[in-house]
Ligand binder design. Structure first.
Ligand code: C5J
Length: 225
């Protein structure tokens, strides 16, 4: 496959066309605390199997992206150990007994450097794949993601990861406002809540693709050949 030739993926609301060499796979927040049994997500009562079903399709997509020599970018949601980048409003939101920065099942919750903050082993970044540490839900807010995309000549994004309605949706909306077309493979994004999974994807592709396109990993792999 020539990575500089336009390919077309069957998608909704219509085909998504991209030049692989100009398209990054952006994997959002596949972190141990969100996905692993015994992590913070499960401690809050969430069903992590709703997120874990995305691991295998993400693995296949990541393997294809790597094999073709294409750009891969990972993100992690989290904060500095001194919590100086944690808005007080985010710290107290939810009125939970245990919040960001407190000690959780896999170290301090959503704090950089802690076990739970790191990416699951199945999708672990290679040394040459940028990891964006983001303090917010969107991957563009207070990060160097846009500079990296510009420096690498990236024009379009395939966005995967968790959770569909929060960090994936926020990142897709931020990217859309910055002029990036985004394709979201439905089997590679997950929510703890099935109804948010469904609506989170519908919102992206509604009104002629108001925020982007939705497809699945098999269709993207088929397009890559
Ligand atoms: C992400 C969250 N990654 N739900 N975070 O979606 O708080």
């Amino acid at each position: 496959m020539s990575t500089s030739t336009l390919v077309s993926v069957e998608a909704e609301p219509y085909a998504f066309e991209f030049i692989p060499a100009e398209t990054a796979l952006v994997i959002i927040d596949m972190q141990r605390d969100f996905l692993e049994p015994g992590g913070f997500g499960e401690m809050l009562g969430n069903d992590v199997s709703q997120l874990r079903r995305t691991i295998e399709p993400n693995k296949k997509l990541l393997a294809a992206w790597r094999a073709a020599g294409l750009q891969v970018i990972h993100t992690r949601e989290g904060h500095r150990p001194d919590l100086t980048d944690l808005p007080p409003a985010k710290k107290i939101r939810g009125k939970s007994a245990t919040t960001i920065g407190d000690v959780g099942p896999m170290g301090r919750i959503l704090v950089r450097g802690e076990e739970g903050h790191d990416i699951i082993k199945e999708l672990y970044p290679l040394p040459d794949e940028p990891v964006i540490d983001k303090p917010g839900k969107g991957a563009f807010f207070a990060t160097d993601l846009q500079a990296i995309l510009q420096n690498k000549g990236i024009k379009k994004l395939v966005v995967t990861g968790v959770t569909t309605e929060v960090c994936v949706n926020t990142t897709v909306r931020e990217a859309n406002d910055r002029g990036y077309d985004c394709l979201v493979p439905s089997d590679c994004v997950g929510s703890y809540f099935p109804e948010f999974q469904e609506m989170g994807l519908k919102m992206i592709k509604a009104q002629g693709g108001i925020f982007g396109w939705v497809s699945d990993s098999d269709k993207i792999l088929a397009a890559l050949g």
